[in-house]
Design a protein around this ligand. Structure first.
Ligand code: MD6
Ligand code: FE
Length: 224
């Protein structure tokens, strides 16, 4: 083999693969995988201040996914319903600040997806353990549906169900893997979606207590 040691071309770094799920939804495969250990540390610091908890719904049943938030506003559920709050009801303190790297990764993805810059006021942190999923829902607790949502996934792969504008529309199953970033908005902003109960799967190449037999998902939104 003739190794050209003086080639001006550096070894190409594989670009994150980009998949358009539809008109206004883009999946960037593994886009955050290099930064994952640092992002998980950022999340761990957030959770030391505002711990994960299972929130009750209006009916009194607990949501299976454990949740917390960072940023100016946090998504909460209780006997009064779903809404955004500036204070963590558990600690009665403001939610921890949105960590810098999470913000940077989300802003880059929004730009690459071709959306206007996001005012990321709220970052919901979801943790799924084996057997835990999230039923089909729309994200409609925000005031402005023209702003996109950015979602970052870490840990075990999950099956994301991508539906239509009506609950009964057919869903497409998409695997969300460690380091994947999903951006969606525009015409797709109110699509139904959910997560199948988490199964054992190929673990990511790094270890971190937050993703030991679990999946972490963060969604950043403009809430008001
Ligand atoms: C999850 N995600 O991936 C749940 N919603 O665990 C969501 O419910 C979601 O990923 C709106 C936009 C992106 C999402
Ligand atoms: Fe959602």
């Amino acid at each position: 083999m003739n190794l050209d040691l003086f080639s001006a071309e550096p070894a190409p770094i594989a670009p994150a693969q980009t998949h358009w799920l539809s008109e206004s939804a883009v999946l960037f495969r593994a886009k955050a995988s290099l930064e994952a250990p640092l992002v998980l540390n950022e999340i761990q610091t957030v959770l030391e201040h505002s711990p994960l908890r299972q929130m009750p719904t209006r009916s009194g049943k607990l949501i299976a996914v454990s949740m917390s938030n960072c940023g100016e506003l946090g998504w909460v559920s209780d006997a009064r319903g779903y809404r955004y709050e500036a204070y963590d009801p558990l600690t009665q303190q403001p939610w921890p600040c949105l960590p810098a790297l999470i913000h940077k990764l989300a802003a880059q993805a929004v730009q690459q997806a071709g959306f206007a810059p996001l005012r990321a006021e709220a970052c919901l942190i979801n943790r799924y353990t084996l057997g835990v999923g999230m039923g089909l829902h729309q994200d409609r607790d925000e005031q402005d549906f023209t702003a996109p949502i950015v979602s970052l996934s870490f840990g075990l792969p999950a099956t994301f169900l991508w539906g239509g504008q009506n609950r009964r529309d057919k869903t497409q199953a998409i695997s969300l893997n460690h380091g994947d970033i999903l951006v969606w908005g525009g015409a797709d902003r109110l699509r139904y979606h959910g997560i199948r109960p988490l199964k054992q799967g190929t673990p990511p190449p790094i270890r971190h207590p937050l993703i030991n037999q679990a999946r972490i998902n963060c969604t950043l939104r403009q809430a008001r």
